[in-house]
Design a protein. Structure first.
Ligand code: PLP
Length: 393
């Protein structure tokens, strides 16, 4: 027996552990100081009442012989796939219900999708990046090349035709940088993918934060994307399902190569290794798309969006360069006075008792940058920005 030795090549994920460790040490040494946390990427507001009602009703259905449900369809119940299809229609994108696969979240699908691709593929990921894209490919022993995201390109790298890639990851609005591509910029990526015969894995987990016109809600707003892109999305950020777990992946029928259909391969993969998302959870997710549910989740999103605007305004007042803040719950700022990411972390913690996430933890281009998030309460966010202004103003 041998273990998969590729695991030896995965970088130790010490980012959040180190943040927690430094914060705990500071807190122990300064028990009278109130620490404000703007580092978390998790939602904090409860599920919408419409979702809770649907969950309760579904639980009751499970208690009655006539409405009890056993195994469900591998790809998700029709009522939820129709709801997702109509949601896409609301921003002008047509996808078929049979191109939508419901899952327990975008993270699982982003990792599991690699089952349908050959090990020999070269992977292109942006740097800095959501670590899941890198680690899942390192586990499988694939070659990874990086697209540099930096201040010069506003953390939105564009295709470089000198670089060959087979699988391209794009996350927009981006975690950690909050930067979001326009439809026009994605057209360039689709053109590149089609020319290289590559597939784009498009992570739209934060699409619900987009408020400005011209920015893409879905890669399928670009003509030709259906023959080169798979889209991943989630109920986690739009509706606070991080602990409830539901997401979906869109695989168009047009995505084919050598007589093989990506949609059919994924169905086969899911049918073999996955037995679907609980009926109760899918009922809760479907309630997100009711008029009542939509109004309620928009009110929650508005809280996070206001927090993001408060942090962005603080950076504007201090003259600090940043991306995100609009169309995203993340603010990615350039550490002031030439400080490194961890240096700024310690500076902010010891002088303002504010915790964020050092950009260096997301890739080499993250050094010198820092991520703040809009998921804390309105009070915490306001107090944190006041403190930041006091020490940097
Ligand atoms: N994609 C990105 C970019 C994320 O930041 C996250 C979670 O933070 C996910 C996917 C995971 O989403 P889910 O909760 O649906 O697994």
């Amino acid at each position: 027996m041998n273990y998969n030795s590729n695991f030896k090549n995965i970088a130790e994920s010490y980012l959040f552990a180190e943040v927690a460790d430094r914060t705990a040490k500071y807190s122990a040494a300064n028990p009278d100081k109130k620490i404000l946390r703007l580092g978390i990427g998790d939602v904090t507001l409860p599920l919408a009442p419409a979702v809770i009602k649907a969950l309760h009703e579904a639980v009751d259905e499970m208690a009655v012989k006539e409405t009890f449900k056993g195994y469900g369809p591998y790809e998700g119940y029709g009522f939820l796939r129709d709801g997702i299809k109509d949601y896409y229609k609301s921003f002008g994108v047509e996808v078929g219900a049979d191109e939508i696969f419901v899952s327990d979240g975008a993270k699982s699908d982003l990792g599991n999708i690699l089952d349908i691709f050959a090990r020999e593929n070269t992977i292109l990921v942006p740097d800095p990046v959501y670590p899941v894209y890198v680690d899942t490919n390192v586990m499988a022993g694939r070659k990874i090349v990086y697209a540099n995201a930096n201040e010069a390109n506003g953390f939105l790298p564009m295709p470089d035709y000198k670089v060959d890639a087979d699988v391209i990851y794009i996350c927009s609005p981006n975690n950690p940088t909050g930067a979001a591509y326009t439809v026009g910029q994605l057209e360039e990526w689709v053109k590149y993918a089609l020319e290289k015969g590559a597939v784009i894995l498009y992570d739209a987990a934060y699409e619900s934060f987009i408020t400005e016109g011209g920015l893409a809600r879905s890669i399928y707003q670009v003509e030709g994307a259906k023959s080169c892109a798979i889209e991943f999305c989630s109920f986690s950020k739009i509706a606070g399902f991080t602990g409830t777990r539901c997401g979906y992946t869109v695989i168009p029928h047009a995505l084919k190569k050598d007589g093989m259909s990506a949609n059919k391969l994924w169905f086969r993969r899911q049918a073999t290794k996955f037995n679907g998302v609980p009926y109760i959870i899918q009922k809760g997710a479907a309630a997100v798309f009711t008029p009542e549910g939509m109004a309620q989740i928009k009110a929650n999103l508005a809280v996070y969006q206001r927090n993001a605007a408060v942090i962005a305004k603080c950076m504007d007042e201090l003259g600090i360069w940043y991306t995100g803040g609009k169309n995203s719950p993340y603010i990615w700022l350039k550490c002031p006075n030439g400080m490194g990411s961890w240096e700024f972390f310690d500076f902010l913690l010891s002088n303002a008792q504010v915790v964020g996430t050092p950009g260096a933890g997301f890739g080499k281009n993250g050094e010198g940058f820092f991520r703040l998030t809009a998921f804390a309460s309105e009070e915490t966010t306001k107090e944190a920005t006041e403190r930041i202004k006091k020490i940097l103003g």
